[in-house]
Design a protein around this ligand. Structure first.
Ligand SMILES: Cc1cc2nc3c(=O)[nH]c(=O)nc-3n(C[C@H](O)[C@H](O)[C@H](O)COP(=O)(O)OP(=O)(O)OC[C@H]3O[C@@H](n4cnc5c(N)ncnc54)[C@H](O)[C@@H]3O)c2cc1C
Length: 432
């Protein structure tokens, strides 16, 4: 058992690392708290829904070479979103691709900024006048809604990179769902001799150089020479009295402090499958139709919605992210459903009762309430690069750390970030 690597977490990072290690001849055992692989990738098939549905990751943002590599291996491709983008601000509906007006002016100021600062401070300092109030709102809404960031902590330089990189290009769906890619990784790990223990909650890691002793919530003990921890940032940030806390003995104070300084946002995803795509046409019950609706951005309490176009499936997904989602962490799902339906009804010019009458299936996914995620994905705070390096630094060739939260690069908060960090950690382990 001495050359065994225990991997904590069977999300994208853990699975990619597991495959790399096992195919390089290492003995690998993956310990996963949930009864399924994938972590924040969760493609579910429930009786009420007509097809597999993404509760977590759904789109591909940018070139994403490792994600595309997995699709290629599977002989699969991706398909672009199609349709029209709408905005409803202060009740006024219009078609528009522009999330933020005055981007050139904003970018000019961001490029002139001598040092990084929290986004909220930047907006107050450089665009504090009344005339910029709508722009401040748009920028904040973008950072909170898209990056799940808290503008009080989010890096202005990160927004500069995002806006300069033309970050609003199309984000295609992977063909055959993200869940399918994770299932393939599991099969490959098993085929090469790796093993999985699902429903296995790691509670404590005792270590000394060259030896780790893991204790699980159901009283099991597992030993190995090395461990790769791929748990989300939310777990690293959990206080000792949280049921999600993982005790590390001896403690890693620098790693914990780095995690505390990093940004990790909340998301509530609302999945509503209807009898048909009634929102496409005006009717006596619906006065603000959105033909060809792809994305809808608004200032409603549940502000962002999208359809599955070009797939005609009548599924609308609602999205609330950032501090507003954090505040609703403990709100019951029924209340969240009612709030989401209120928002959608207001945007389409209909009633919640009409929406309910059209509803076939629904699911509320509150990621900050999930004990094995405690949030959705990372965002960049001021000084994040250094903190990510600290958190990702291996300890005594014995403890290794991966997961999207330690990734530093152009794909923050994505599946690509998780895969890359898994690949990096596997390399570190093989070199150790
Ligand atoms: C709502 C939502 C939408 C998203 N949309 C996109 C998108 O469109 N495109 C995109 O690229 N990315 C998206 N992401 C981000 C993407 O899903 C994540 O970055 C990525 O899946 C993280 O992978 P990971 O392996 O780092 O972490 P995880 O997938 O969280 O894996 C970590 C694993 O550790 C396990 N674990 C936790 N605690 C313990 C414990 N004590 N013992 C044992 N196991 C434990 C967890 O159960 C989990 O399976 C989205 C995320 C969310 C939540």
């Amino acid at each position: 058992m001495t050359d065994t690597v225990l991997i904590v977490g069977a999300g994208a990072a853990g699975l990619y690392a597991a495959r790399t290690l096992v195919q390089a001849g290492r003995s690998v055992v993956v310990l996963e708290a949930r009864n399924r692989p994938g972590g924040r990738i969760h493609t579910f098939t429930d009786a009420g829904f007509s097809a597999p549905t993404e509760a977590g990751a759904e789109f591909m943002h940018g070139a994403v070479p490792l994600t595309r590599g997995l699709l290629d291996e599977a002989g699969l491709t991706s398909f672009p979103t199609t349709g029209s983008t709408y905005q409803v601000i202060k009740g006024h509906l219009h078609e528009s691709e522009d999330f933020i007006q005055e981007v050139p002016q904003l970018l000019e100021q961001l490029h002139a900024l001598p040092h990084d600062m929290p986004l909220a401070d930047f907006l107050t300092e450089y665009f504090g006048e009344e005339q910029y109030a709508p722009m401040r709102e748009q920028v904040t809404r973008f950072a909170e809604g898209y990056d799940a960031a808290d503008a009080q902590r989010a890096s202005s330089f990160a927004l500069r990179e995002e806006l300069s990189g033309g970050g609003f290009d199309d984000s295609p769906h992977p063909e055959g769902t993200y869940g399918n890619l994770m299932a393939r990784l599991v099969a490959e790990v098993e085929a090469a001799g790796g093993t999985f223990h699902f429903s296995t909650v790691v509670q404590e890691i005792r270590w000394q150089p060259g030896q780790v002793d893991i204790r699980t919530a159901d009283g099991r003990r597992l030993q190995a020479a090395q461990v790769l921890l791929t748990v989300p940032l939310g777990i690293w940030q959990a206080p000792p009295d949280s049921p999600s806390y993982i005790r590390i003995e001896p403690e890693l104070p620098e790693h914990r402090a780095a995690a505390a300084n990093l940004g990790y946002g909340a998301v509530i995803k609302v999945l509503l499958e209807f009898k048909d795509a009634f929102w496409q046409q005006a009717s006596p019950q619906l006065t603000q139709p959105m033909p060809d609706l792809s994305f809808l951005f608004s200032d409603a309490p549940f502000p962002t919605w999208w359809s599955q176009l070009p797939d005609p499936r009548p599924l609308l997904t609602g999205w609330l992210a950032g501090p507003a989602a954090t505040r609703l962490r403990t709100t019951p799902a029924e209340t969240l459903l009612a709030q989401a339906l209120d928002s959608l009804a207001g945007l389409l010019g209909t009633t919640p009762a009409f929406l309910r009458s059209q509803l076939l299936a629904h699911r509320i996914v509150n990621w900050a309430a999930d004990p094995y995620a405690l949030g959705a994905y990372a965002y960049t705070t001021v000084g994040a690069s250094e903190q990510r390096t600290t958190l990702g630094t291996p300890v005594a060739n014995t403890l290794f750390i991966a997961g999207e939260g330690v990734y530093d690069g152009p794909y923050i908060g994505t599946v690509e970030a998780a895969l890359t960090s898994g690949a990096d950690a596997a390399r570190q382990l093989l070199d150790a």
